[in-house]
Design a protein around this ligand. Structure first.
Ligand code: ADP
Ligand code: ASP
Ligand code: MG
Length: 821
């Protein structure tokens, strides 16, 4: 004997009911088949809504009832040949009239009790089961409708009645004994109490009806036919990569459903487990797919974690106070008062200090819980030995489930590590002593992200998704986007990183696509996007709350640099080629570093110094491994190097500078380079990274530029340089006379000598051929690190230190570093 249950979507309309009938037909044999059906999908909600509208005095319920009636009549008309319709149509109409009478009554008395709700909702399953029975008969399939209310007996806890198994089991056996056909059609969800008043088994309760029948009848299998192809590793509506679990133990399935996996109603599993009846979850719309089997000794697919689920609308109740320590009976009184008020406790944690007990309940019960608990402890509260109950709302529970967790250490470390890295704050943690489940209470706003993060951590060993938001689509930005586009496949195949650019913004517009922007035509997407600004862009990033988010700043804008703080606080990593933040006040630089640490988000800016050259990375590695910086000597301006390498007194100095700007080596404002200010920022960043608390004022700038060049506009700057050509010529010729080259050198001395005690300086120097800084060509940079370990011969980092392509590749490398934390 087998029991089949078809859920709401499976019987939502005539077309779906045809599929159900085909499945039932295939199953017919000499054995009895019991088929349990839900109401037509959405009917229960619609009936409940009508009841509530009527109770609130809103006559619109009449229109809604019309819709319900029409839907059922349409199903009848489609399923049954005209000549056989009339009996069923009058039955459907009669039932719909009864529903209307009931709602009119509710409207008149303005009251809707749980008992009346049960009566009202029971019509959903009554209608669907009658229609399906008639449709099968019309197909020539012999079957009989069974009134579940006469079989399943419960107490009078309307809305969520408890089953009287003794009577119910006897009734089922009697029914089977009397059965003169092989196919019984039963409405799910409904039952009745000892006075034959209609009760229900709780929302989603048709699954339970099926399990009750299966256990009482010692069925060989229970099949739950629904709209997904099995129980999945996570709710498929939230996790795109959720996978079907082909076999799972009763206990694991119970935990998963208890913690929100809606695919099966939690009480369903116990009756099947008691009788060791396998439960199959199958898909009505893909009937040949294997599905999931829930059974004892389920085969494990090698995954320690079998699934992740979540429940929303949780409130956390905390009872705290010094008067609780070491005093027995506190928890008993707490739980007793909750139980007396029929409040179900979903999760419990207690700190080992016994200073507080924390319980999770449904948010709808929170206020009542506060009343009863504050009342129960009123004596202690008055004496200030216990605080009034603290209630926190807008919370959810996420749970990891797996039978084999107990023999594997490190699961919770991995779980909380992954959540922490993504800025998901954990409010409370519980682990059952069975170690089959670890649950965490988190903010509801973080649930989707948390589930996806955990799913990726435990099930998607193959790919890690990185969500990138880029501010700046100019020179460096467009090169970066091109490189990301070129590398996407490689990263997926070789590093298992699924790199998606989710947002791109320039100073006027921004485009955001949750599924990732197509990088082959991002220019078009951005051009068509709406007007935006950086604040809007950032709030959209925060609102999306995507896992592994990286914000990339490839602008030179102060406004953009100002948003890092807010992003890091939301655990969004920041990769900046913009130097403004790191060269602002020391306090701000330090704060960003601390936030990065506190929120576990990377803050990386390798391209602030030497473009794509590994300068900051090298310095960090030296310090991490215990070395100590003594001096840094560096040529850090690709622009100035280009200018002095190309200026020979024959072409105008201004023209050489113009060429550097045209070729994209300068800052957007070339005066930043020529004044030496950009080099000051760079040496300061290096000094800060080496542990120095340095400000711009602590650096001596021996500028070589005539002052008149630096005021006014960029055009004025070029004009003034032309006027001072002789000055530049003199600089050049004196170097030639010295058999030297001109280099704009930055230096940092850990133990200051001259310079009035200042540790850093920048300025033009004559560099002779035997010096390390001499052999620098084009726009190269060089950094010499003199450290405890590299005393005589410095550690040298040298290469192209400017240019959009190399800068973009440095930014790219930082993104990869941020992603792999
Ligand atoms: P029915 O009406 O057939 O009883 P339900 O809507 O009650 O169907 O349950 C099926 C739905 O449960 C699926 O459509 C899916 O969206 C949701 N669901 C939530 N968690 C899971 C999970 N872990 N595995 C499969 N489905 C899940
Ligand atoms: N129709 C009921 C509900 O929607 C029972 C069920 O479908 O399982 O809750
Ligand atoms: Mg269901």
């Amino acid at each position: 004997m087998q029991v089949l249950k078809f859920g709401g979507t499976s019987v939502a309309n005539a077309e779906n009911i045809e599929k159900v009938m085909a499945i039932v037909k295939d199953k017919l044999s000499k054995e009895i088949l019991i088929v349990i059906v839900s109401a037509l999908g959405g009917t229960t909600d619609a009936l409940l809504e009508c009841g509530k509208l009527a109770a609130s005095g809103d006559e619109i319920y009449k229109e809604k009832l019309q819709e319900i009636e029409q839907r059922h009549i349409a199903a009848v008309k489609e399923l049954i040949p005209v000549q056989h319709q009339s009996a069923l149509l009058s039955l459907v109409k009669k039932m719909c009239n009864e529903i209307e009478d009931l709602c009119n009554g509710i409207f008149l008395v303005n009251e809707l009790s749980n008992r009346t709700i049960d009566k009202l909702l029971s019509y959903g399953e009554s209608l669907s089961s009658q229609i399906i029975t008639a449709a099968l008969v019309a197909k020539g399939i012999e079957c009989k409708w069974v009134d579940a209310r006469a079989i399943i007996k419960t107490n009078s806890n309307f809305g969520n009645a408890s089953v009287d198994f003794q009577t119910t089991n006897a009734n089922v056996r009697e029914l089977l004994k009397q059965a003169n056909v092989n196919l019984l059609i039963v409405p799910g969800f409904v039952a009745s109490d000892s006075k034959n008043i209609t009760t229900t088994l709780g929302r989603g309760g048709s699954d339970y009806t099926a399990a009750i029948f299966a256990a009482a009848a010692d069925a060989s299998a229970l099949e739950i036919w629904t709209d997904v192809s099995g129980m999945m590793t996570a709710d498929p509506r939230w996790v795109a990569n959720a996978k079907i679990i082909s076999s799972i133990s009763y206990q694991e399935a119970m935990e998963l459903s208890h913690f929100g996996a809606k695919v099966i109603y939690p009480p369903t599993i116990q009756p099947a487990l008691n009788k060791d009846i396998p439960i199959w979850i199958k898909n009505t719309f893909a009937k040949d797919e294997y599905g999931t089997v829930i059974k004892s000794n389920a085969e494990n697919d090698g995954n320690i974690i079998r699934g992740i689920s979540s429940i929303n609308n949780i409130a956390l109740l905390s009872l705290e106070g010094s008067g609780m320590v070491g005093v027995p009976g506190f928890s008993k009184r707490l739980f007793e008062s909750l139980s007396n008020a029929s409040i179900n406790v979903i999760l419990i944690t207690q700190g080992s200090s016994e200073h507080s007990i924390c319980v999770g309940v449904e948010v709808g019960n929170a206020e009542r819980a506060k009343q009863v608990i504050d009342h129960a402890f009123s004596g202690e509260i008055a004496m200030e030995r216990v605080e009034p109950l603290i209630v926190e709302k807008d919370l959810s529970i996420v749970a990891l489930v797996g039978d084999h967790m107990k023999s594997h250490p490190g699961i919770s470390g991995k779980m909380f590590g992954a959540l922490g890295k993504n800025g998901v704050n954990v409010r409370a943690i519980a682990q059952g002593s069975s170690e089959r489940n670890i649950s965490a209470v988190i903010n509801t706003a973080d649930v989707r992200k948390a589930i996806n993060v955990l799913h990726e951590e435990f099930f998607e060993t193959s790919y890690k998704q990185i969500n990138i938001f880029i501010a700046g689509a100019g020179n460096v930005g467009s090169k970066l986007l091109r490189q990301l586009h070129q590398q996407q496949l490689f990263l997926r195949d070789h590093l298992r990183l699924q790199v998606r650019v989710v947002g791109i913004a320039n100073s006027k517009k921004s485009v955001i696509r949750n599924e990732g922007i197509d990088l082959s035509n991002w220019e078009e997407s951005l051009a068509q996007a709406e007007d935006s600004n950086i604040e809007k862009f950032v709030s959209e990033i925060i609102e999306r709350n995507l896992r592994n988010s990286v914000f990339v700043d490839v602008t030179a804008s102060e406004k953009v640099a100002a948003v890092y703080e807010g992003l890091l606080q939301k655990a969004v990593s920041v990769v900046a080629c913009n130097k403004i933040a790191c060269s602002s006040s020391y306090a701000h630089y330090k704060r960003l570093k601390e936030l990065s640490h506190e929120f576990n988000a990377s803050f990386l800016f390798e391209t602030n110094v030497g473009a794509g050259l590994p300068v900051i990375g090298t310095l960090t590695d030296l310090l991490r491994s215990g070395d100590n910086v003594q001096n840094i000597e560096a040529v850090l301006s690709g622009t100035l190097n280009f200018v002095f390498n190309n200026y020979d007194g024959k072409r105008l100095f201004a023209d050489v500078v113009r060429q550097a700007q045209d070729e994209g080596y300068t800052e957007p404002d070339p005066r930043l380079d020529l004044s030496g200010k950009d080099v000051m920022r760079k040496i300061m960043i290096l000094a800060r990274e080496a542990g120095e608390k340095m400000e711009m004022d602590d650096i001596v700038n021996n500028s070589f530029m005539p002052e008149s060049c630096m005021g006014g506009s960029v055009e004025n700057f070029y004009a003034e340089m032309k006027k001072h050509e002789q000055h530049f010529k003199d600089l050049y010729e004196s170097a030639v006379r010295n058999n030297s080259k001109l280099k704009f050198v930055a230096s940092y001395h850990n133990a200051p000598g001259g310079n009035g005690g200042l540790k850093a300086s920048v300025g033009l120097q004559h560099i002779a051929p035997e010096q390390d800084l001499y052999h620098l060509y084009g726009k190269d940079n060089v950094v010499l690190f003199y450290t405890d370990r590299y005393k005589e011969q410095p550690l040298v980092v040298k290469g192209a230190g400017a240019g959009a392509d190399v800068t973009a590749s440095g930014v790219f490398a930082d993104i990869m570093r941020a992603a792999r934390v």
